[in-house]
Design a protein around this ligand. Structure first.
Ligand code: ADP
Ligand code: ADP
Length: 225
């Protein structure tokens, strides 16, 4: 990101000059108090929000300049994981994960193979026929991770992925992120989970008032809650 600014239509200045370089294969936590701009920061990374000024380069594409019609294609390079999972309730686990491949018209054989491969990675091969409301929160988050990586994106972005999970389940989810990162995928994770940040030490970027106030390798969470 080069000199990224975001002012919402109501005048709130959420990002005030962000400069950051994240290398391929890094694991980065984004921390900071509520309202600091963390969500806006990550939303700009997958063009859910468009910055008011500045450029955001992902593999050479400037997200800030991207035309609307090119957004879907670019999003395939970026897996996104949310606090509230955002699964499609009327589709099975298998279908939720297959969906991303069906829209790009992969062959049924490739779809089946890739879906079962990622469900295996997240430990849910035996739940392929279940519906989201038949799963625990942790299982639903595993499905959403499977969905986010089924296209093999180089980058995954997670906004508070453990926010709705109990501590033990949160750690199980973290193990999956670790595994994905060890396979070479860049992971950017906004989080309030102090225990995780302080135990599984990685780069920490702290945002306050829409500015980066700290950027440390093997950093600490640095806030009380
Ligand atoms: P965080 O994720 O750190 O809590 P956000 O990026 O959600 O921070 O919010 C940063 C600031 O932008 C806050 O003041 C918030 O109220 C404001 N904000 C977030 N989203 C919007 C929006 N869609 N419209 C207007 N203001 C927003
Ligand atoms: P196994 O590897 O145990 O033989 P399969 O790979 O055949 O199992 O399928 C595992 C699960 O994936 C099945 O229970 C089924 O619900 C689901 N599944 C496989 N293919 C499809 C499909 N095309 N559409 C929906 N669900 C599927």
């Amino acid at each position: 990101m080069k000199d990224v600014w975001k002012t919402y239509p109501n005048g709130v200045m959420a990002l005030n000059g962000i400069d950051i370089y994240i290398d391929k294969g890094e694991f980065v936590y984004v921390v900071g108090p509520s309202g600091a701009g963390k969500s806006t920061f990550v939303k700009c990374m997958y063009r859910e929000e468009k910055p008011t000024k500045g450029s955001i380069l992902i593999q050479g594409t400037d997200l800030a300049k991207l035309r609307e019609r090119h957004i879907p294609k670019m999003r395939r390079k970026i897996g996104v994981i949310f606090q509230d999972f955002k699964l499609l309730p009327k589709l099975t686990v298998y279908e939720n994960v297959a969906f991303a491949l069906e829209v790009i018209e992969e062959s049924p054989k490739v779809i089946r193979q890739r879906v079962m491969e990622v469900l295996d990675l997240v430990g849910l091969k035996n739940k392929a026929r279940s519906f989201p409301d038949e799963l625990s929160g942790g299982e639903q988050q595993r499905v959403s991770i499977a969905r986010s990586i089924v296209n093999h994106p180089p980058v995954i972005i997670a906004d508070e992925p453990t926010g709705n999970l109990d501590p033990e389940t949160a750690w199980e989810i973290m193990d999956i992120f670790k595994e994905i990162n060890e396979r070479g995928t860049t992971v950017v994770m906004a989080t309030h989970n102090k225990d995780i940040v302080n135990s599984f030490k990685k780069r920490v970027i702290a945002i306050e008032g829409g500015r980066i106030v700290r950027d440390e390798q093997k950093g600490e969470y640095g806030y009380e809650i």
